[in-house]
Design a protein around this ligand. Structure first.
Ligand code: TYD
Length: 139
């Protein structure tokens, strides 16, 4: 399987429908918006200040991570390079390829981290130990 690096990940601008009087609406539609079809949506919220989430990699799963409200930082690592992305717009998403370590930090008060995922939940898809991750990456 292809091993992606952090430079294969980027911020995707999502469709935004603006109405002067009634606010905004953003759409993600299978077959249109992303390189994968969405099989699962979950969201993190009420994350206490100073707490971090993530600290794992996925072998196959791909994700679009959206700050549906508030802000937070996602740091990706391929074992060699690291890149940090500050997310604070509900019409932008970070496309995270498979096989990368991620840390989610610096959640603002009221932040909602919405994740659109390419697969249903599978505990076996997780790599939760960083040394295992480096071995998985052949580093
Ligand atoms: P986890 O993926 O470890 O969250 P994070 O990386 O954000 O800290 O998941 C936390 C818990 O939620 C863990 O017990 C597994 C469970 N979980 C599900 O049951 N289904 C899911 O789709 C997800 C994402 C997590």
């Amino acid at each position: 399987m292809a091993k992606y690096n952090v430079f294969d990940c980027s911020i995707v601008e999502l469709d935004k429908h603006h109405s002067d009087r009634k606010g905004n609406l953003t759409v993600v539609e299978n077959g249109e918006t992303l390189p994968f079809d969405v099989k699962r949506v979950y969201y993190l919220y009420d994350v206490p200040g100073g707490e971090s989430r993530g600290s794992h990699a996925h072998k196959d799963l791909e994700q679009l991570i959206v700050a549906a409200s508030g802000s937070f930082t996602v740091t990706l690592s391929d074992g060699i390079n690291k890149r940090s992305f500050f997310l604070n717009r509900p019409y932008q998403g970070l496309y995270v390829r498979s096989g990368l370590w991620r840390e989610l930090e610096d959640f603002s008060s009221g932040a909602v981290c919405m994740v659109l995922a390419s697969e249903i939940y599978c505990a076996d898809d997780y790599i939760r130990d960083y040394d295992d991750f480096l071995r998985y990456r052949d580093i």
